[in-house]
Each structure stands twice: as structure tokens, then as C-alpha cells.
Design a protein around this ligand. Structure first.
Ligand code: HAM
Length: 439
């Protein structure tokens, strides 16, 4: 027997039994995005590796440890000296597309949303995958009322989670300030951590010089004890940055968005400036972030775009949302497309007259936009009715010897059990009243 090939570690198949949960979530997200004035954008799932190095930061964990780089056998696909990587996140590719297509020349703000798979070579565990999916938004453009837009983005992330049925999450926010303020924050952190460097894990000892912010998120027990003792506030912020952050909080209050300020929240990607936020859920264990985001005022210029274009956005992890919501509806309750009709055909042994008539009718029904299917086994009435029941169809159309003779079908309403004879020519009209496809 040939050896079985298994799915790569840290990835999932999404089977028909659970796809409805994804489709329902996507439908809700699309409805809310429209309500908030966002339009969808789709970018490739791989990009020039340099894009991620420049935006997420050459010393970030995502770039140093998690980028999944593509290898090719032919120079044609990945020319010598070039490198492509699967996207670990959506912000940098969208900013690249924004610059490439001169979206800044369009009037006003670009309000973009996206769904899609992201890839990070992390150690898989509950809620942490190598291929995971995000739904996110990016708000990019020249704008003077940025604090209000920060609040709008955070409010939308909460609204989405509520729409998906998640309960018991918490919004934490902080401000990193401008580029200069971030440098101040690094200095403050190094100064405060100096005496404790020896007590940090080897990785954080290296981070002390290279990427001091990351020490704040280390999961190591000793590092956490050191970090817990750190009293951080807003001393790194310049007066205008402090004022900006106050305006963000006031705008959140205006919309009644509950939040807590968490000075330890710094985020793992380099592009953030000013507002950063994270939404956590205690039920998720160590991978407790349902989503996160923040402002990135320098990124467009940094990637070769026009100056003075700011950005703000967030991404929610779909697998984590589904974990937080739990089992929920069953497949049948949640089914996105229900069949209108399922055809059962009953032939005498060795005959295929009813089966052929059913096959012909199937085509006719589908052409008239009636969602239909049929049974392709020569089962008994009982086993075919079982299959019809399993399909979730609202009506069963039965074609047997008698029906063929009279040019009729027997139509059974699966909810009420009511059964009646309908001339073949009138069948489509019956469904026009009830078709789910048309409504
Ligand atoms: P992030 O915090 O790296 O931010 O990811 C956002 C969310 O994606 C996380 O909160 C989590 O729910 C989910 N996620 C991340 N990594 C994994 C993983 N390995 N397995 C499962 N889920 C995961 C970003 O990606 C930024 N691009 C967000 C953003 C948009 N900032 C501004 N605009």
C-alpha cells in the first residue's frame, strides 16, 4: 500500500461540516464592513521578502524566526538574488498595494478590508497555527482627525466580535507615541531593565540590545516576574503625543467603547506609532489575543510612498474567534445553502426510466435556479428518503412508475410531512414561492 501523505503541521482542513461557521462569519463581517464604509482588497499571498523586513522590522520575531520563504527549482520563478515569502500578515502588502496603485491620488481615505490566510513558521499549539486566517481592515490616507479614526477602527473590531457572538473579551490600549517617543521608550526600558538583565532568559538577554520591546511579551516565568515589577506610564510621550492619546480615549468614550490603558502593551511589529491595541479573551489560554492593531504613521513613507500619509488598522484571528465562540450551531442549523429539492427515483430492477427522468428534471430545476440534488444509488425508498433527509432539502420529489405514467411527481414537504401530486409542468412554479436561492 502506498504511504499516506498527511497535512502539514500547524495547518487545518476546513471540511463541509464546519465551513458554514466560516461562511456565516464572513457574511456578518461583510455586512458590518459595508455599514462602516469599507471596501474589500485582495493581495497575493506571497510578496518580496524585503517588504516584510522593512515594515515589520529586521529584528522582529516574525522576520527573524517565522517567515516562510519560497524556494524554487527554476530561476524563472524566483530569480537569483530575489526572495519571496508567504505573507505573515496583511498590513505591509496592503500598504505596498496602496503605494503601487497610487491610491493616495483618490479622494479621501482608503478604507480597506480583507480576509485571508497568513503564514508564520511558529511552534503549533492551541490557537497558534502556521497557516491561520485573519479578517482585518486598514484605513490609509491623509487625515486630520486621526484620533477619531483610531476610535472608529477599535469600535469596529469590537462590533465585529460582538456580531460573531464572542463574549467576555477585553480591549487594552496604549500609545507608543511618535518615532522619537518610541526611542525614548526603548531607553526607559533599557534603563529600568539594566539591573535585571542577568535574570532574563537567554533570548531576552539578546533582545535587550536588539529589540527591547519584545521582553514585555516574553512568556518565560522569570522574564514575566521582572516585567511585572516594571512600572511604566506615559513618560516616553511628548506633550503632543499625550494630547493625541487623550483625544483617542475621549473619542472611544464618546462611542461608549470600554477599554483599559495598558502601558505594557507594545506589540511585536515595528511599524506601529501612537495608538496600539489588543483584544484578549481569558478563555483562550496562552494564545489569548483575538485580535490586535494600531496606527502606523511612518509606514507608507518608509515603503517608498508619499510622506504624511497615515494608517490605522487591525486584524482578528478567525480560528481564535471560532475557539472563543465554541461549538455553537450544528451543521444543519447553520447550513448556508439549503437545498430546495432532493429527487428520489424508484425503478423496477434493471430499469433506469425513473432515474433518467429524475436526471433530466434535475437539470431543469437547476436551470430555473432551484437548488436541487438527487440520489445516484439504486437504493430502496427508505434509504433514499434517509439520504434526502440528510441533505437538509425542504422538499423531496419522488418519481416512480406511477408518476412516470401520469407525467406527475409526488412532492413531499419535509417539515410538515404533507405529500401531494403535482404535474411536472407545474413543478417549477411551486418552487418559485419558496426558493432560497432567489430570496
Ligand atoms: P498580529 O497581532 O500579529 O497583528 O495578528 C493579529 C491576530 O492574528 C492575532 O491577535 C491573532 O488572533 C491572530 N494570529 C496571529 N498569529 C497567529 C497564529 N500563529 N495562529 C493563529 N492566529 C494568529 C497583525 O497581523 C497586524 N497586521 C494587525 C494590524 C493590522 N495592525 C494594523 N493593521
Amino acid at each position: 500500500m502506498s504511504q499516506k501523505i498527511s497535512i502539514p503541521r500547524g495547518t487545518n482542513d476546513i471540511l463541509p461540516d464546519e465551513i458554514f461557521r466560516w461562511q456565516n462569519l464572513e457574511d456578518k463581517a461583510r455586512t458590518l464592513m459595508r455599514l462602516y464604509g469599507y471596501e474589500e482588497i485582495r493581495t497575493p499571498i506571497f510578496e518580496d521578502t524585503g517588504l516584510f523586513k522593512r515594515s515589520l522590522g529586521p529584528a522582529s520575531d516574525v522576520v527573524t524566526k517565522q517567515l516562510l520563504e519560497l524556494k524554487s527549482r527554476t530561476e524563472d520563478t524566483v530569480p537569483d538574488g530575489e526572495s519571496y515569502s508567504l505573507r505573515p500578515e496583511g498590513t505591509a502588502p496592503i500598504v505596498r498595494a496602496y503605494i503601487e496603485h497610487h491610491l493616495d491620488k483618490k479622494e479621501g481615505l482608503s478604507k480597506l478590508y480583507y480576509f485571508g490566510p497568513m503564514f508564520r513558521g511558529e511552534r503549533p499549539q492551541r490557537g497558534r497555527l502556521r497557516q491561520f486566517h485573519q479578517v482585518g481592515v486598514e484605513l490609509i490616507g491623509l487625515h486630520s482627525f486621526q484620533p477619531f479614526l483610531d476610535a472608529e477602527a477599535m469600535a469596529l473590531s469590537i462590533r465585529l466580535l460582538e456580531g460573531f457572538g464572542v463574549e467576555g473579551f477585553r480591549l487594552k490600549i496604549n500609545s507608543l507615541g511618535s518615532h522619537e517617543d518610541k526611542k525614548n521608550l526603548s531607553s526607559i526600558l533599557r534603563e529600568r531593565l539594566k539591573k535585571d538583565v542577568r535574570n532574563l532568559c537567554p533570548e531576552c538577554q539578546a533582545r535587550f540590545e536588539r529589540n527591547v520591546f519584545r521582553i514585555l511579551d516574553c512568556k518565560n516565568k522569570e522574564c514575566r516576574a521582572v516585567v511585572a515589577r516594571l512600572e511604566l506610564g506615559d513618560a516616553h510621550l511628548s506633550p503632543p503625543s499625550k494630547e493625541y492619546f487623550q483625544k483617542v480615549r475621549a473619542a472611544l468614550d464618546l462611542w461608549g467603547v470600554a477599554h483599559t490603558v495598558s502601558p505594557h502593551l507594545v506589540r511585536g511589529l515595528d511599524y506601529y506609532t501612537h495608538t496600539v491595541f489588543e483584544i484578549s479573551h481569558a478563555g483562550l489560554g496562552s494564545q489569548d489575543a483575538l485580535g490586535a492593531g494600531g496606527r502606523y504613521n511612518d509606514l507608507v513613507a518608509q515603503l517608498g510612498g508619499p510622506k504624511d500619509i497615515g494608517g490605522m488598522g487591525f486584524a482578528l484571528g478567525i480560528e481564535r474567534i471560532l475557539l472563543a465562540v465554541g461549538g455553537g450551531e450544528t451543521r444543519d442549523e447553520g447550513r448556508v445553502t439549503k437545498l430546495d429539492a432532493f429527487i428520489v427515483s424508484l425503478d423496477k430492477e434493471e430499469e433506469t426510466k425513473a432515474y433518467t427522468a429524475a436526471f433530466e428534471l434535475l437539470n431543469e430545476l437547476r436551470r430555473k435556479e432551484i437548488a436541487a440534488d438527487m440520489n445516484h444509488t439504486r437504493g430502496s425508498m427508505k434509504s433514499q428518503m434517509r439520504a434526502a433527509d440528510k441533505s437538509g432539502a425542504r422538499y423531496v420529489i419522488i418519481i416512480g412508475e406511477d408518476e412516470l405514467k401520469e407525467d406527475i411527481v409526488t412532492l413531499k414537504n419535509m417539515a410538515s410531512g404533507e405529500q401531494r401530486k403535482v404535474p411536472q409542468s407545474k413543478l417549477a412554479a411551486e418552487f418559485n414561492k419558496v426558493s432560497s436561492v432567489k430570496s
